[in-house]
Design a protein around this ligand. Structure first.
Ligand SMILES: *[C@@H]1O[C@H](CO)[C@@H](O)[C@H](O)[C@H]1NC(C)=O
Ligand SMILES: *[C@@H]1O[C@H](CO)[C@@H](O)[C@H](O)[C@H]1NC(C)=O
Ligand SMILES: *[C@@H]1O[C@H](CO)[C@@H](O)[C@H](O)[C@H]1NC(C)=O
Ligand SMILES: *[C@@H]1O[C@H](CO)[C@@H](O)[C@H](O)[C@H]1NC(C)=O
Ligand SMILES: *[C@@H]1O[C@H](CO)[C@@H](O)[C@H](O)[C@H]1NC(C)=O
Ligand SMILES: *[C@@H]1O[C@H](CO)[C@@H](O)[C@H](O)[C@H]1NC(C)=O
Ligand SMILES: *[C@@H]1O[C@H](CO)[C@@H](O)[C@H](O)[C@H]1NC(C)=O
Ligand SMILES: *[C@@H]1O[C@H](CO)[C@@H](O)[C@H](O)[C@H]1NC(C)=O
Ligand SMILES: *[C@@H]1O[C@H](CO)[C@@H](O)[C@H](O)[C@H]1NC(C)=O
Ligand SMILES: *[C@@H]1O[C@H](CO)[C@@H](O)[C@H](O)[C@H]1NC(C)=O
Ligand SMILES: *[C@@H]1O[C@H](CO)[C@@H](O)[C@H](O)[C@H]1NC(C)=O
Ligand SMILES: *[C@@H]1O[C@H](CO)[C@@H](O)[C@H](O)[C@H]1NC(C)=O
Length: 856
């Protein structure tokens, strides 16, 4: 009986087990949040259970329904069917991420088993307890959490009572808990983003969260700077906006590092470096692979020692760790890279050559690996050094003749040429090579010969503490050249140009020399040595911008033959012509036959300021402002046909630069009474005689003569040149009773005759020496204005009926020869009795500048 009972009990138990096995099979259910330490917000709800049923059965396709509720309101917040893999495990784990922190309110979970044909019973509720059950003050979740920019976060607040009406927390999920809508964080927070929470009773709480980015470090590069350790460097990339205990943590090959500063021992073989950058929002892994000896970035050479000579310097420094390492070094000298690099094993010194003596230099050095060049090391600190003195360069020597003396001149050496401080110049001369020491600021020395007229060899050297420069030799000719014609040219461009044919006997090039023609001071000569011409057969020199306007220069070219100059060409030139600054001198007048002749002396040479092109002569009636005669002449005189009266004459010289000031002369021209009576009687008699003849003829042949009442008048030869008033009768202008100079206006004190003569002599010598002012011949030569004038006069006299197109200076020539030609011209009789005398063909608006162009 008892056995049966036991049996029945057992079977019923088994049957019940069969029937209700499903709910019973789920055991050991455990519900927990993913972490429990920082109680500031947890979202993942983990559920673990063991299914006993599976233990007893072969593996089948099994799944579980899981439901999650907000416990207080028993509202279903998640419903899922979890499929488990078909194996013989009995332990299961599932997790779910809640949209709100699990602390906000209690969450309850229940499960049921489902297989092919059975759906089990729900388990009881397993609850993860919320903080709303125990919180004693206003609390907001999540708190002090880090979120990625762009996250949507739902906050909850656990109130003591109920939320205030303007609160963001409006959706109630339990008696005490209210949540916000999801808050979208678009920008990173500089410090924190705060969410306040106030309940109706005025109790406050709140939350701060951090919005940032995960690490974004880039460009990991590992280098060695001393061949014993490796430094790794990287860039931060995008900012994380997370600091303090939330900052990124770095590890390199497992070692903790600070940002951009990580040192590992160097192993001379291919090495992997792995950098892990990690913060609360993510991880970034960077790698770099290299042999450290291919990643050498030297530190700056330190303690550079220098040993400087005149033209080279040795720089040395100590090499400790790289003594057998192939190195390449370069230097920066005075701010530019020295054009040579240096290499060697453990290089510790370099030599810089081609330096300037007696100069200050700054230098710095850097090195790199020669075999596997990676990058230049750091520059060393700037080192200063000075080179020593060296002998000076040869001086540039020339000669000048001035007032019976000969001088040797030389150009002062520049800083670059002197290679030190010049202490003196040394000059040797004469047969016995007499040595003369000259103070350093002298550049000109009188070497006037001792009655000897032979070539003399002079050498000049500069001296500094290093010694004497190579000697510069010049041979001073005993008898300077004298057979060169001076040509006069006006450039007008502010400079001079010289071109000459190459002189094949020249052994040491050419010298162009210039000086102001009229300013005579010793040593005021400038020169330029031309060692080689651009072309073998043709040489050229130009110089602009250094010449004074209105100053005449003498420019000469010499060939240098075995240190002896030989004059090739000489010119006198104005770089820029100006109008004369002085007036013509000594203006005077005298009668000459039927004319009145004005003459004058030249404008003083220094006041000419250009080549005199001609003179403008204007005659006025006394006390009248209107000119009665204007003429232009090339030479220093003009002959004017004038009737007796009082006249004022203005004479001015002009150059291509313009017209100078006027010299003025006042004169009265009076008639001779006797001549007047004779002339009147003769004239009257002749008139009566003519009248009688005419009367008789008229009476005899009055009809025939009717048409000839007006006899033919011969046409003037120079028809068109004369105005209708014509010329005065010669008989009437013959006698001049009185000529006197009443006043001469001159803007400057006229030069004395001696000074003029002296200048003339000096300037007009045709014997030419280098820079010579005094070895002049006594044969005066005509100066440009006179000379030109003379040429013109000659041509006019020789060929009175010249064709006007022969002479180019149309206006000027045409006008200036009028008084001359007048004497030989036929003067038409009918015009004889007209009164005014006017030299015509002169335009009142005459412009000398215009005629200048025709000259040049
Ligand atoms: C849970 O989901 C299952 C299917 O996925 C559905 O049949 C069931 O009705 C859901 N339950 C609730 C309460 O929504
Ligand atoms: C499943 O069970 C068999 C025997 O019962 C065992 O050998 C095997 O290791 C189990 N597999 C797993 C994943 O536990
Ligand atoms: C949640 O479960 C998935 C697999 O279902 C797993 O990969 C993940 O690691 C789990 N998360 C946590 C926080 O345990
Ligand atoms: C956050 O919400 C906005 C709309 O409010 C949506 O456009 C965005 O995709 C959401 N971001 C995430 C990460 O879910
Ligand atoms: C929630 O409030 C209701 C009535 O307002 C009350 O019956 C219930 O016990 C409260 N629940 C908790 C967990 O306090
Ligand atoms: C040379 O290498 C040693 C280690 O071998 C290191 O301690 C030292 O700092 C290095 N010196 C220099 C100048 O790099
Ligand atoms: C990383 O290196 C590349 C190329 O060398 C450069 O273009 C880039 O700007 C670097 N990144 C940063 C963050 O400096
Ligand atoms: C470096 O890493 C690469 C791949 O990550 C691997 O193939 C190589 O063997 C590593 N080299 C060294 C020297 O560890
Ligand atoms: C440097 O200059 C000195 C003196 O001028 C000379 O003796 C030396 O040979 C020079 N050194 C080099 C490397 O040129
Ligand atoms: C460099 O080496 C010299 C000797 O060769 C020594 O006198 C000097 O002190 C060293 N300088 C440094 C910075 O090591
Ligand atoms: C460097 O410059 C000097 C003159 O400045 C020159 O003589 C020398 O030949 C140059 N050297 C190189 C390698 O260019
Ligand atoms: C060059 O010199 C030689 C004698 O040395 C002379 O015969 C010749 O005429 C000279 N040539 C010229 C162009 O002066």
């Amino acid at each position: 009986m008892s056995v049966w009972l036991l049996c029945a009990l057992l079977s019923s138990l088994i049957c019940q087990t069969e029937q209700d096995g499903h709910p019973l099979s789920i055991k050991e259910v455990n519900v927990y949040a993913e972490t429990d330490i920082p109680d500031n917000g947890a979202w993942v709800l983990n559920v673990e259970w063991r299914d006993e049923f599976a233990e007893n059965n072969e593996s089948r396709k099994v799944s579980y329904d899981v439901q999650v509720f907000h416990t207080e309101q028993m509202s279903l917040v998640h419903n899922e069917t979890v499929r488990v893999t078909p194996d013989n495990t009995t332990h299961h784990h599932w997790n779910w991420t809640s949209p709100i922190p699990l602390q906000c309110t209690s969450h309850s979970v229940r499960l049921r088993r489902r297989d092919r044909d059975h759906t089990g019973e729900w388990t009881p509720l397993y609850t993860y307890k919320g903080q709303d059950l125990i919180a004693t003050k206003v609390v907001v979740y999540p708190r002090d959490h880090v979120f990625m920019v762009g996250s949507n976060i739902t906050f909850c607040c656990i109130f003591k009572t109920v939320p205030s009406p303007d609160s963001e927390f409006l959706i109630g999920i339990s008696n005490r808990t209210y949540i916000t809508k999801p808050v979208h964080f678009l920008i990173p927070s500089k410090t924190t983003s705060d969410i306040p929470c106030v309940d109706k009773g005025g109790n406050e709480g709140g939350s701060s969260v951090f919005i940032g980015y995960p690490p974004d470090d880039q460009n990991l590069t590992c280098v060695t700077r001393d061949l014993s350790s490796v430094e790794c460097h990287w860039n931060r990339g995008r900012k994380t906006y997370l600091d303090g205990n939330k900052k990124t943590i770095y590890t390199l090959n497992g070692r903790d590092c600070d940002f951009d500063k990580c040192v590992l021992p160097a192993v001379p073989k291919m090495t992997n470096w792995t950098l892990v950058a990690k913060n609360l929002l993510g991880v970034k892994i960077l790698t770099d692979t290299a042999d450290p000896t291919h990643r050498v970035w030297f530190r700056a050479p330190s303690n550079i020692f220098h040993a400087a000579y005149a033209r080279n310097v040795t720089l040395s420094w100590n090499v400790t760790n790289y003594t057998s390492f192939p190195m390449i070094c370069q230097a920066m000298l005075n701010g530019s890279i020295y054009n040579k690099t240096f290499n060697g094993l453990g290089l510790s010194s370099i030599v810089l050559v081609h330096l300037q003596p007696f100069a200050k230099y700054t230098v710095k050095v850097r090195c790199g690996s020669d075999e596997h060049f990676y990058k230049w090391g750091d520059w060393s600190e700037m080192t200063e050094f000075s080179t020593e003195e060296d002998i000076p360069e040869a001086v540039d020597v020339w000669i000048q003749y001035f007032e019976q003396n000969a001088y040797v001149l030389w150009k002062p050496l520049t800083r670059q040429q002197s290679h030190g401080i010049i202490t003196q110049y040394s000059l040797t001369k004469g047969k016995w090579r007499e040595i003369i020491d000259i103070t350093p600021n002298t550049q000109c020395f009188n070497i006037t010969p001792e009655n000897e007229r032979s070539d003399r060899k002079i050498t000049v050297s500069a001296k500094n503490s290093a010694g004497l420069s190579p000697p510069s030799t010049i041979i001073v000719p005993g008898y300077p050249d004298n057979a060169v014609n001076i040509s006069r040219i006006s450039d007008g461009n502010g400079g001079f140009e010289m071109a000459w044919d190459g002189y094949f006997n020249s052994t040491c090039g050419y010298v162009v020399e210039w000086f102001p023609t009229y300013y005579e001071t010793q040593c005021a000569v400038e020169w330029k040595k031309i060692t080689e011409c651009d072309h073998a057969t043709f040489c050229n020199w130009k110089q602009y911008g250094i010449f004074e306007a209105g100053v005449k220069y003498t420019v000469s070219v010499y060939a240098c033959i075995d240190d002896k100059p030989m004059l090739l060409r000489r010119r006198e030139e104005y770089a820029i012509e100006q109008r004369p600054s002085g007036t013509v001198q000594n203006l005077r007048g005298k009668p000459n036959g039927r004319h009145f002749e004005l003459s004058w002396d030249e404008v003083p040479l220094q006041q000419q300021k250009g080549f005199i092109e001609g003179y403008m002569v204007i005659a006025f009636h006394h006390d009248s402002k209107t000119p009665i005669s204007t003429s232009v002449t090339n030479g220093p005189k003009v002959s004017l046909p004038l009737e007796p009266g009082s006249y004022t004459f203005n004479v001015s010289a002009f150059t291509s630069g313009g017209e100078g000031g006027n010299a003025t002369l006042r004169m009265t021209i009076e008639k001779n009474i006797e001549q007047m009576i004779v002339a009147s009687v003769v004239g009257f008699s002749a008139a009566i005689l003519v009248f009688i003849i005419v009367t008789v003829l008229c009476y005899k042949k009055r009809k025939w003569l009717k048409n000839l009442l007006y006899p033919d008048i011969p046409k003037p030869k120079l028809e068109g040149k004369w105005n209708s008033k014509g010329f005065y009768c010669p008989q009437m202008t013959e006698g001049y009773m009185k000529c006197e100079i009443q006043e001469v206006h001159s803007s400057e004190r006229p030069a004395t005759a001696e000074s003029l003569h002296g200048l003339d002599l000096i300037r007009s010598n045709s014997t030419v020496f280098p820079a010579q002012h005094s070895f002049m011949s006594k044969s005066p030569v005509l100066y440009p204005p006179l000379w030109r004038c003379a040429e013109k006069l000659t041509s006019i006299i020789e060929n009175p009926s010249y064709n006007m197109s022969i002479l180019e200076p149309v206006d000027v020539a045409q006008i200036s020869e009028l008084p001359l030609e007048m004497e030989d011209s036929y003067i038409p009789a009918p015009n004889c009795f007209q009164e005014n005398v006017v030299v015509t063909g002169t335009s009142p608006s005459y412009k000398p500048q215009h005629s200048l162009q025709m000259y040049s």
